[in-house]
Design a protein around this ligand. Sequence first.
Ligand code: NAD
Length: 267
Amino acid sequence: MKFFVLSKGDKKSNLLTKKIHSYLQDFSLTFDENEPDIVISVGGDGTFLAAFQKYTNRLENTAFVGVHTGHLGFYADWVPEEIEKLVIAISKSTYQIIEYPLLEVIVRYTNDGKESSFLALNESTVKSVEGTFVMDVEIKGEQFERFRGDGLCISTPSGSTAYNKALGGAIIHPSLESIQISEMASINNRVFRTIGSPLILPAHHTCMLKPVTQSDFLVTVDHLSSLQKDVKSIQFRVADQKIRFARYKPFPFWNRVRDSFIEKAES
Ligand code: NAD
């Protein structure tokens, strides 16, 4: 089996990365940065997102595991003390594969008919570069509303506990193949109106944003952000691809939510 370990880059994560690396090689696993079967991120959720974005071109052949060197993460859920157990489980391939849905983002441009596409594990957000963000929101090919405000966040189920949650979105179990649209400070008065509630779309519904007054936008995809110029439309839907987690121990989603936001259960 081929592996890659991505470190957050701080001293603690680098040391642990080195240790995992040498343990795995002791078990005759092969280091392969280009075509790993298993990718271990060492750091936090941000490092896990970076590991995911590094291998979006080979998701079918790669499984991911996260070790946290700071606080418990949503994706980074192994503690450094458990790495011997983790290495043995990897070397014996005694793991289960759990798949979670992803978000596909397609940006189309006005000038040349070109498009860029991205995959998000958490979410994509769209904001204006300056002035009020104004977008026509189409759902399943039909005009739904003209949104005015700070921006919109479109999240995956596993990303629903991240930025989406801070925007008042619902927490969605990742077995529900869906995307969620949540508003960032919408303008609502007698003149302008938006739905005001987060919307949850099933896998066969697409959300399309069409600019009204501007054409340049700040678009984030997980931890990455870019300035998208001459935007004609931005399309969001549940992606065909999924992320594959290598699970070595059960850690149900709702336990993860409780441990992260309410209190850590006694172990
Ligand atoms: P980071 O690593 O500092 O992450 C920010 C926080 O989000 C961390 O505490 C991390 O543990 C948590 N987080 C990430 N994914 C999560 C998930 N799926 N469920 C629960 N918590 C999660 O910063 P970064 O590397 O730039 O990470 C990018 C992420 O930060 C984005 O995908 C976005 O979800 C999140 N974010 C959150 C807010 C907010 O809550 N107001 C604002 C901007 C970005």
